[in-house]
Design a protein around this ligand. Structure first.
Ligand code: SF4
Length: 365
């Protein structure tokens, strides 16, 4: 038995709607369609893994980079995979259901550059005796090279993990039925969404690489778990900085809007407005990107309430306690105190967020 590393299968009805839409727009009929065209090479960047099609009107092929094609953007964002793909029963090791696994060897450059000729490199995983016999039988016809298993699967998360259930999936299908394909494709399947998640993923990879090298230099073994936590912490801090900026801007806008009213406690209104909106901002980014794992299993309302409680604790209780310590006990300036709070309040906020606010729900077996 042979299996492929499978990311998931998109909805056929969305594909039909997508093709109908192209036919309607071009007033033609698509006669040939290819996903992930490799005519210009094989890579994962999304620039070349595009789509290619021919129509009855136009004999020339049209080739789009993935990020310019709405269907590929939606597919790569996992908006319309079939329901079973978000909880796939085959994503486990050791494999009991197959003898051999075949996949694209994403990340071959970081394992062995010599094996990347730009035309596609395959990954083969052997599970047990039968699998080995199969590989032995064809090995004279292949360029084979054994590599470390953990390195080999690093860039192939679908081997072990199901796609994350997109928060937008339900709304997407309901709007597809009520409003039609053109409207939902503009709203959900667009380039800027895909570009943003790709940029966020690249940022995460860069952070991991830097942390990995730094830990190796001081002789600490970087496990997958440690790397994930450190990456999350750095991304959490980035969201934290953006939260501070958003809060400041909202504060200023609210104060300016209230000026003609001459309200005595305008600064309080500005503070509360800035708090409510900036926590909403942080919740969005943390829930969706920093602690994305398990987001589909969390209740949105509960998580949002917990996010407010967390920020209220770290922003009001903890910051006031720390400021009292710096100003009253140690004697630092009150203008310096907010800066001194950051190295303490940020990690505390992170720990509460990771282990309480956005905690992954354990599956009941
Ligand atoms: S359920 Fe699993 S194996 Fe089946 S199509 Fe979805 S991801 Fe692939």
């Amino acid at each position: 038995m042979c299996e492929f590393i499978c990311h998931g299968v998109p909805s056929p009805s969305v594909f039909r709607a997508y093709i109908d839409n192209i036919n309607k727009k071009n007033n033609s009929l698509i006669t040939k369609f290819k996903f992930r065209c490799k005519d210009h090479g094989w890579n994962q960047s999304g620039l070349q893994l595009g789509v290619e099609y021919e129509t009855n009107q136009n004999k020339h092929k049209r080739i789009f980079p993935a990020f310019m094609d709405e269907y590929m953007c939606g597919f790569l964002e996992d908006i319309f995979l079939r329901p079973s793909c978000y909880d796939c029963k085959f994503k486990r090791i050791p494999k009991k259901t197959c003898d051999i696994t075949i996949a694209d060897f994403w990340g071959i450059d970081s394992v062995d550059k010599r094996f990347n000729d730009g035309k596609g490199t395959s990954l083969v995983l052997v599970h047990g005796e039968h699998g080995q016999q199969l590989l032995d039988a064809v090995q004279g016809r292949l360029y084979l090279h054994e590599v470390d298993y953990h390195k080999a699967i690093r860039k192939n998360p679908p081997l072990l993990k199901s796609a994350k259930l997109s928060e937008e999936r339900r709304a997407f299908f309901s709007e597809l039925r009520s409003k039609g394909y053109s409207k939902v494709s503009k709203k959900y399947m667009n380039t800027h969404k895909w570009l943003f998640s790709t940029a966020w993923r690249i940022l995460g990879n860069i952070i991991e690489k830097i942390v990995f090298t730094a830990l190796a230099l001081i002789g600490i073994k970087a496990t997958e778990k440690k790397l994930t936590t450190i990456r999350q912490f750095i991304q959490f801090c980035i969201v934290g900085v953006s939260n501070a900026l958003v809060s400041y801007v909202i504060n200023i806008i609210t104060l300016t809007l209230q000026r003609p009213l001459g309200f005595r406690y305008d600064y309080m209104v500005a503070n509360v407005t800035a708090f409510v909106l900036s926590v909403l901002w942080s919740y969005h980014w943390n829930n969706r990107y920093v602690f994305a794992e398990g987001a589909d299993k969390r209740s949105r309302k509960k998580t949002l309430l917990k996010a407010y409680a967390t920020y209220a604790f770290s922003g009001i209780v903890l910051n006031n306690a720390l400021s009292t310590l710096w100003i009253r006990v140690i004697g630092f300036s009150k203008y310096l105190a907010p800066l001194l709070n950051i190295p303490f309040s940020m990690p505390v906020n992170f720990l509460i967020s990771k282990f309480w606010t956005y905690r992954e729900k354990r599956e009941i077996k």
